[in-house]
Design a protein around this ligand. Structure first.
Ligand code: AMP
Length: 224
């Protein structure tokens, strides 16, 4: 099963993607997480991407598109994947569509998490990233995924690992820029969403990202 997940930053897209991944045991490919891993590892890709990410703007397509298309060719993607954070603009959507057709890969579902921009922004600043696993959800404002205290330190609620914040999550301007890109339905991410929604026969699952993690997950799972 091949799935695209869309949602503005702060909509819980990563959390929901991780839940789907766990259930179907497929690779959860997150473009942002791949970039952050490369930045952490000091690779050439990481160095090239960092300045864009810190500002909240898109990493250029000539870096991002081959990175994702190559990832989809890896062995673990043979039986399905869930792609999160890509495509992020219309050009990426068109390129992905073409590449999937050329590779004979079907797109089974398009999941769209809908959330008001102001609500999404409020959610971003409280999220915390586990250093051990990007798929361990932690948020200081939500009881269900609140980090825990251990020996006077706030740590990951799943594994007890250290928690980080993303620099672009604490920068108001960077958050606004990311949302400008997401809600842009001319060339931005909403244009990519509409591109895939418009393909004949596409299975679109649109859910309200406002309720709890469990409720959103149930809404998605009941339609998958
Ligand atoms: P995310 O973790 O999805 O919020 O992504 C963090 C940052 O990585 C974004 O603000 C962009 O700078 C970059 N990024 C992630 N995905 C893409 C993409 N598909 N195209 C270009 N830049 C991306």
């Amino acid at each position: 099963m091949n799935i695209l997940v869309f949602g503005p930053n702060g909509s819980g897209k990563g959390t929901q993607g991780a839940i789907v991944q766990k259930k179907y045991n497929m690779p959860h490919i997150e473009s942002g997480a791949i970039f952050r891993k490369n930045i952490g590892g000091g690779t050439e890709l990481g160095k090239a991407a960092k300045e864009y990410i810190d500002q909240g703007v898109l990493v250029p397509d000539d870096i991002t598109i081959p990175m994702i298309l190559d990832r989809l060719k890896e062995d673990d993607c043979k039986d399905g994947w869930i792609l999160d954070g890509f495509p992020r603009n219309k050009v990426q959507a068109e390129t992905l569509d073409k590449a999937l057709k050329e590779a004979g890969m079907n797109l089974d579902y398009v999941i769209e998490i809908i959330l008001d921009r102001d609500v999404a922004k409020l959610r971003i600043t409280g999220r915390r990233l586990c250093v051990n696993d990007n798929n361990h959800p932690n948020h200081i404002a939500f009881d269900a995924i609140k980090p825990v205290e251990k020996e006077g330190k706030i740590v990951c609620r799943v594994c007890g690992g250290d928690l980080n914040t993303r620099p672009d999550d604490q920068d108001d301007e960077a958050i606004d820029k990311r949302h400008d890109i997401y809600y842009d339905d001319t060339v931005g991410t909403m244009a990519a969403v509409n591109y895939f929604k418009g393909i004949e026969g596409s299975n679109v699952i649109s859910v309200d990202g406002g309720p709890s993690i469990g409720e959103v997950s149930e809404a998605i799972m009941s339609q998958l």
